[in-house]
Ligand binder design. Structure first.
Ligand code: SF4
Length: 220
């Protein structure tokens, strides 16, 4: 089966919006500041954005709070007028879905469930707020399964009754741009994806000298 080009689908939607002059509302699930940086520069002219920080996968709590505070700082320093909704730290739903899947590598079933959980919550929040669309910054990561993210987003959109915005934010040098913006704003770039299992895996790699630097987008 031919692979869907989600980057092109996004470009088509962006072109459609530019031509129509419409600026719909969008709930953007954000995993961290580095992944949000480029994504926001692309979306800001096209949508009325609300950022949504819901990441029960992140551990420990200090890390969760720090990633969220970096996101707030970024938005402020970029001079963007964007509200940010931050959910309270509660890792229970993530730990429950990860049971028995603790040792799987990234992109495995644990990651699929983790991404689905965050997308579903984002879709429901978007619906509750009356947003036109929802999507996530996660597709900017070269370490994440872009097809899975978009297919799951589309499936949830149908169930919830809201539009999902297809994306592949790493296209058009998006990932590279996020690294440049991270440098420009001095953003914290974590060296593990987010959960305690990915933290242990990253630490093991460090122990064996493989290094984990610049894996922020390995990363949520
Ligand atoms: S490695 Fe990342 S995507 Fe996978 S379960 Fe952990 S936090 Fe979620």
């Amino acid at each position: 089966m031919q692979k869907v080009n989600y980057g092109r689908l996004f470009d088509q939607k962006a072109e459609e919006l530019r031509k129509s002059g419409e600026k719909p509302s969008l709930l953007l699930h954000a995993c961290c500041a580095p992944c949000s940086s480029h994504t926001l520069t692309v979306l800001y002219e096209l949508f009325h954005i609300t950022l949504y920080f819901y990441n029960p996968n992140i551990a420990p709590e200090e890390e969760y709070n720090y990633r969220c505070s970096e996101l707030k700082r970024l938005v402020k320093e970029m001079g963007m007028d964007i509200p940010i909704i931050e959910e309270n730290y509660d890792p229970a739903p993530f730990l429950s879905l990860a049971k028995g899947l603790e040792d799987l590598p990234e992109r495995g079933l644990r990651c699929q469930k983790c991404i689905a959980l965050r997308l579903e919550k984002a879709g429901l929040k978007a619906k509750e707020l009356g947003c036109d669309f929802f999507t996530t910054t996660l597709t900017i990561s070269p370490h994440k399964d872009c097809t899975f993210i978009n297919e799951k987003g589309c499936e949830l959109a149908e169930t919830i009754g809201i539009q999902y915005l297809f994306s592949d934010f790493k296209k058009h040098e998006g990932y590279k741009h996020s690294i440049e913006l991270s440098k420009k704003y001095g953003l914290y770039r974590q060296n593990y994806c987010g959960c305690v299992f990915s933290k242990v895996q990253a630490e093991r790699k460090d122990t064996y000298g493989q290094g984990t630097k610049d894996q922020c987008n390995a990363v949520s």
